[in-house]
Write a protein that binds this ligand. Structure first.
Ligand SMILES: Nc1ncnc2c1ncn2[C@@H]1O[C@H](COP(=O)(O)OP(=O)(O)OP(=O)(O)O)[C@@H](O)[C@H]1O
Ligand SMILES: Nc1nc2c(c(=O)[nH]1)N[C@H]1C(S)=C(S)[C@@H](COP(=O)(O)O)O[C@H]1N2
Length: 179
């Protein structure tokens, strides 16, 4: 747990939020199928999302692995909407290859777009990958009172997105999503 969240826990001011985590990876899905934990699918990014969420004092409602298939991705988002999760994070399939359909599948569902997430994520990613940041269409939005983030599949991208943006802003965003 970070020192900030440890302090908040001690003071009783940290709210615990629930996260629904979805890894979108055709290669892992074709090798391992619909597993229920990242460990079962050699899913380093899924495992990292899980660790970062729980070490911040929050909980994981559910983890899913789906392939780059629009109807399966939307199915996952619909299940997340029916769950008690406050926040949904998808990882993978945000790129520009024809198989990358996460943004096409999820962003049109948003009630409200959060453009600042993608802008800040790409700005911060310049330090990691330079001008290749243009390859990621990372996005976020509000949908039916939940906050949804779509981040790239690489573990470096997941770490940056969760540690630097998503986890520090969760309380603030969830509050607005519910209003
Ligand atoms: N879930 C993941 N866990 C660990 N590394 C990942 C994961 N997804 C992607 N990566 C890594 O991020 C980089 C970019 O991945 P890419 O967008 O090509 O996804 P991919 O793993 O090929 O996805 P797919 O399984 O859909 O083909 C690669 O180095 C890949 O190994
Ligand atoms: N911060 C950060 N952003 C990143 C990356 C990364 O390693 N770190 N990988 C890039 C790469 S290689 C690709 S192809 C795109 C899209 O990745 P995805 O298709 O796995 O979502 O995200 C990009 N954004």
């Amino acid at each position: 747990m970070s020192s900030q969240s440890t302090k908040e826990h001690k003071e009783g001011t940290l709210k615990v939020y629930s996260f629904y985590l979805v890894t979108i990876s055709s290669s892992r899905f074709s090798e391992f199928g619909a597993v229920s934990s990242p460990e079962e699918a050699n899913d380093g990014s899924g495992k990292l999302m899980q660790e970062l969420v729980t070490s911040s004092g929050h909980k994981v409602t559910k983890y899913e692995l789906v392939p780059d298939d629009p109807s399966l991705i939307k199915g996952s988002i619909h299940r997340a909407l029916e769950s008690d999760a406050d926040v949904v994070i998808t990882s993978g399939g945000t790129g520009l290859a024809s198989k990358d359909v996460t943004i096409e599948s999820v962003a049109p569902l948003f009630d409200k777009d959060i453009p600042g997430f993608g802008e800040l994520f790409r700005f911060k990613s310049i330090e990691q990958i330079g001008s290749s940041v243009i390859l990621s269409r990372a996005a976020a939005g509000l949908l039916k009172g939940k906050v949804i983030f779509c981040v790239p599949g690489s573990p470096n991208a997941v770490e940056l997105a969760l540690k630097d943006i998503i986890l520090p802003e969760t309380g603030h965003l969830v509050k607005h999503a519910r209003q």
